[in-house]
Design a binder for this molecule. Sequence first.
Ligand code: 13P
Length: 258
Amino acid sequence: MSKKKLIAGNWKMNGSLEANDALVRALAAGTKDVACDVVVCVPAPYLAQVQMLKSGSRLELGAQDVSVHSNGAYTGEVSAAMLREFGVRYAIVGHSERRQYHGETDALVAEKARTALAHGVTPIVCVGETLAEREAGQTGEVVKRQMAAVIHVNGHCISEIVVAYEPVWAIGTGQTASPEQAQQVHALLRQQLAAATAHAERVHLLYGGSMNAANAASLLAQPDIDGGLVGGASLKAPDFLQIIAAASASAPAAGRTN
Ligand code: 13P
């Protein structure tokens, strides 16, 4: 089946009206003819600005989180319906920074994915092990536990999510998982999805963690790596455009056509 690669930028808590203007204009101009899908996940206050800036381009808009609640007395939260009003198509859920600094549990992440799907927002569900867990040989167990919670809650909708494997030790450290290390975990996740849905091949499995212009092509060449979730390098237009070009150029995996 056909599946384009998907490259998502996670700006995290970065940006300004001025910087966003320059970045999004450069990305819009540089992605006119690309053969992959491109998303920018921006801080909530900038959604309206980026929605306007990206209009007429191939860029899609994403959020970095979504409330598990649909509406009501939840001070500080942003609902999926609000995101939809600003043209948001994707929302990152369960990023390791939210799991670590905001106490998000597997169960909450799974419920957030459900709320997003219910409102027509595609959740980009993040999973990944810490360095201590990898060193203890627990990588497979940890990512499968995180994924199992999402599968359990989302049942037959599971093929509509996007998954990002982001080893915590690779985030913002400049230390990337090797293509083989990443592929190994992606294959595990694909297998786990295949046990839950007949459409596991449809699910985009992204790699995230120090992806950059130099290492993107070799990661994206792996059979189960369907794109990237890019932090630091997504803030610089030339770097992000090079990653997009690598995704655009990378041949579809065996058994798939583009
Ligand atoms: P870096 O690309 O900066 O390592 O961040 C990865 C990430 O956390 C994307 O969500």
